[in-house]
Design a protein around this ligand. Structure first.
Ligand code: SF4
Length: 283
C-alpha cells in the first residue's frame, strides 16, 4: 500500500491536495469507499464515479496501512462510504482498528437501511457522525427514488441511532417535483427537529446522467429561500448554516460549484474498493 501511495504522489504532475507544491502537501481527509455495490438503486446514483462492477477487494489490513501511510500528512478525518458501507462484513473490527491508529474523526455515510442489522458493530464512542440519506418521508416516493421499499427500515435504524446517542445528520438531496415543495421541506425539517438530527440539503450533481439532471435539478438557494432559509452567500463554500430549534441546517453545493469557488476546501484522498487511490475531486 505504501508503494501505491508513493507512486500516486510521484506520478501526478498536477497533484494538489491542499498542496503547496508536489513535495509539500497536506492530506486532511481520507475518504474510503469500502465496497462498490449497494442494496438500493437510486435513479440519480452516480456512485461518485465508481462502477458497481468494480471489484471490492480492500480488507481491513489494507485500509489500516493506507491510513498509517498518510496519517503524518495532517490526516484529521476518515470517512467511510460505498456503495453502501454497511455491507462491509468486517466493519466492527475495522472501526476499532482505525480508532487505534490515532486521533482522528471517523464518519460514515449510509443509506441507513442496514443500521438495525449492523448496530451491534457500530459505536457512538468511535463514530463522530453518521450521515444518513433520507430524501423523503413518503413511502411511495422513497420506493420511486430508491427502487426499494426500505423506508421503514431506515426510520427504525435512525430511531436506534437517536436512542443510542449517535450524532446523526440527515442528507436530503433536492429533487424537483419530489421533495422541493414547501410541505416536503417542512416535513423533513420537523422530522429532524423531533429527533435531534442535523440536516444537510444537497444540490443534485451534474455527474448524474443528463436526463436525470435536466428533469430533477433545482436551484437549491432559490428553493430553500421559499421556506425562509437564505443560503445565498458570496462564496459558495462559506458553509453558512441555520440553527432551528437546536438542529443545524446546512446546504451542500455540488462539486462543480465548489470547484468554481474553492479548489482546496474539500480536498483529500479517496481509497477505492479495488485498492487504488484517487484525489478527492475525481475527473
Ligand atoms: S444509496 Fe447511495 S450508493 Fe446506494 S444507490 Fe443510492 S445513491 Fe447510490
Amino acid at each position: 500500500m505504501k508503494q501505491f501511495l508513493f507512486n500516486t504522489f510521484s506520478d501526478k504532475k498536477d497533484f494538489k491536495i491542499g498542496a503547496i507544491d508536489r513535495f509539500e502537501f497536506e492530506i486532511p481527509s481520507l475518504r474510503i469507499s469500502l465496497i462498490s455495490n449497494c442494496n438500493e438503486k437510486c435513479f440519480y446514483c452516480h456512485n461518485e464515479g465508481i462502477s458497481s462492477k468494480m471489484p471490492s477487494v480492500i480488507q481491513t489490513g489494507d485500509i489500516i496501512n493506507a491510513i498509517y501511510s498518510v496519517k503524518d500528512y495532517g490526516l484529521r478525518k476518515v470517512k467511510f462510504t460505498g456503495g453502501e458501507p454497511l455491507l462491509f462484513k468486517d466493519l466492527k473490527n475495522l472501526l476499532y482498528s482505525v480508532k487505534h491508529v490515532g486521533d482522528m474523526d471517523i464518519f460514515i455515510t449510509t443509506n441507513g437501511a442496514l443500521i438495525k442489522k449492523r448496530i451491534k458493530d457500530l459505536s457512538p464512542n468511535i463514530i463522530s457522525k453518521i450521515s444518513v440519506s433520507l430524501d423523503t418521508l413518503s413511502e411511495e416516493k422513497y420506493k420511486f427514488i430508491t427502487d426499494k421499499s426500505l423506508l421503514n427500515d431506515v426510520l427504525a435504524g435512525l430511531e436506534l441511532l437517536g436512542k443510542n446517542g449517535y450524532k446523526v445528520e440527515i442528507d436530503n438531496l433536492l429533487l424537483k417535483g419530489l421533495n422541493t415543495d414547501k410541505q416536503s421541506l417542512k416535513n423533513i425539517i420537523n422530522y429532524c427537529i423531533k429527533n435531534g438530527f442535523d440536516l444537510q440539503f444537497i444540490e443534485l450533481s451534474d455527474k448524474t446522467t443528463a436526463g436525470v439532471y435536466d428533469k430533477y435539478y433545482v436551484d437549491p438557494v432559490k428553493t430553500l429561500r421559499k421556506i425562509g432559509l437564505d443560503f445565498n452567500t458570496e462564496k459558495l463554500n462559506d458553509r453558512k448554516f441555520f440553527k432551528i430549534n437546536g438542529i443545524k441546517v446546512t446546504l451542500c453545493r455540488s462539486v462543480k460549484n465548489l470547484r468554481e469557488s474553492s479548489a482546496g476546501r474539500c480536498s483529500g484522498l479517496r481509497l477505492l474498493p479495488n485498492g487504488y487511490l484517487k484525489d478527492f475531486f475525481y475527473e
